[in-house]
Design a protein around this ligand. Structure first.
Ligand SMILES: [Zn+2]
Length: 92
């Protein structure tokens, strides 16, 4: 049982819930020198973290299986994945 975030109606019991990501953001992780430490019995090895960039989910909504809600959720998903929010740098 859940409440649809689009139509606001409460779904009956045993109705499948679709969780749809509707907001995405770009993320950039910086290069980190010697961030990964591997310790063995006698020696310690340090490797660099290369960093990188990509897209993360910022917000998800619950959607009931009705056709109108599914179509609206799909258009929200398409618009979000097409142009995600700009990148931010995480705190150290
Ligand atoms: Zn709905």
């Amino acid at each position: 049982m859940f409440r649809c975030d689009i139509c606001g109606a409460s779904a009956p019991p045993r109705t499948s819930c679709n969780i749809v990501p509707v907001k995405h953001k770009k993320v950039v992780f910086p290069f980190r020198k010697e961030a990964n430490v591997f310790k063995s019995w006698q020696e310690t090895e340090k490797k660099n973290d290369p960093g990188g960039e990509g897209v993360q989910i910022a917000k998800e909504i619950k959607v009931c299986p009705r056709k109108s809600c599914a179509n609206r959720a799909k258009s929200m998903y398409d618009a979000s994945i097409r142009d995600p929010e700009p990148a931010w740098l995480p705190r150290r």
